[in-house]
Write a protein that binds this ligand. Structure first.
Ligand code: GDP
Length: 297
């Protein structure tokens, strides 16, 4: 599971201050120094770390006194609140269009887990929210991507709209919208093409699809194993496409996780879901507070 190293270090740090009946400025200084190192070691973006530590320090030194908590516990509460805020504050909801279908466009680099996540999300929408989704094969460059989506659709018993590799993605999406309306489906999930690196051609196509279909959500799928690259990728997709949310994949893996933790702070877009495995039911709604509790123990 991701964040293990970070969790160990932060829990150690917290342990030292926990029982203190009095917390001096020096104690706060030492604690924030350790928190800073722990975050940097976990690969959290350095600017994000700097802001985080500054906020914790300010609040922990001038903290509001609560009689129910010891000063040590109050400092820990500050750390937890700031860690929650760093990951996005409240759990964010998924859009619902005034007139169905709600359109969700999935974007991201090849290998990030876009196609799998599209299937997982359709599964979650049906299971948890009782919605009827349609999967759309908008990646016309890789025949394997279309096959993969069709296989996912069969496994999940969810319809897939595909036109093969010859058609234009904008036309495919328009035709898929017609089908969704005719068949009274609630969600249209568009799997789009990815590349190994961000490039202009890819972005132009995505911008075109977005302009044409005007999606209710644009979810950026990011591989949490890719370290600081994930932050750079998120910045550039967000600049061009103004994404509405992020899905972090592979959080079940042995990643330090810090880059993933930086994405919300850098893009100011919420993390909506977390991929916790390869199986189709291993997508979770992302709860910043629960994740902060998991990390801080
Ligand atoms: P795409 O190129 O972005 O469409 O990526 P795919 O959906 O084909 O996924 C690439 C690989 O990552 C596949 O082997 C998936 O099974 C795997 N994958 C996707 N999400 C997760 C996840 O949350 N956890 C793990 N462990 N593997 C994942």
């Amino acid at each position: 599971m991701a964040f293990e190293g970070l969790a160990d270090r932060l829990q150690n740090t917290i342990q030292k201050i926990k029982g203190k009946g009095k917390v001096s400025e020096q104690d706060v200084k030492e604690m924030t120094r350790e928190v800073r190192l722990a975050l940097l070691e976990a690969d959290v973006n350095f600017k994000v770390v700097k802001d985080f530590v500054k906020k914790v320090k300010e609040r922990a030194v001038g903290q509001e006194v609560m009689e129910s908590l010891t000063p040590g516990q109050q400092v820990i509460k500050v750390v937890k609140e700031e860690l929650t805020a760093l990951m996005g504050g409240d759990e964010s909801k998924i859009a619902v269009a005034d007139r169905p279908p709600t359109v969700i466009m999935m974007v991201g680099l090849q290998g990030a887990g876009k196609t799998t996540t599209t299937g997982k999300l359709a599964n979650l929408l049906r299971k948890k929210y009782n919605r009827k989704p349609l999967l759309v094969a908008g990646d016309v460059y890789r025949p394997a991507a279309i096959d993969q989506l069709e296989t996912l659709g069969k496994q999940l018993n969810i319809p897939v709209y595909a036109e093969g590799t010859e058609a234009n993605p904008v036309d495919i999406v328009n035709n898929a919208m017609e089908k969704a309306k005719e068949e009274h489906l609630d969600y249209v999930l568009i799997d789009t093409a990815g590349r190994l690196h961000v490039d202009n051609e890819l972005m132009d196509e995505l911008i075109q699809i977005k302009g044409n279909v005007n999606p209710d959500e644009v979810f950026l799928v990011v591989d949490s194993m890719t370290g600081q690259d994930a932050v750079t990728v998120a910045e550039s997709f967000n600049e061009q496409l103004d994404v509405t949310g992020v899905v972090l994949t592979k959080l079940d893996g042995d990643t330090r996780g810090g880059a993933a933790l930086s994405i919300k702070a850098v893009t100011d877009k919420p993390i909506k879901f977390a991929g916790m495995g390869e199986k189709l039911d291993q997508l979770e709604v992302f709860h910043p507070e629960r994740m902060a509790s998991r990390i801080l123990g």
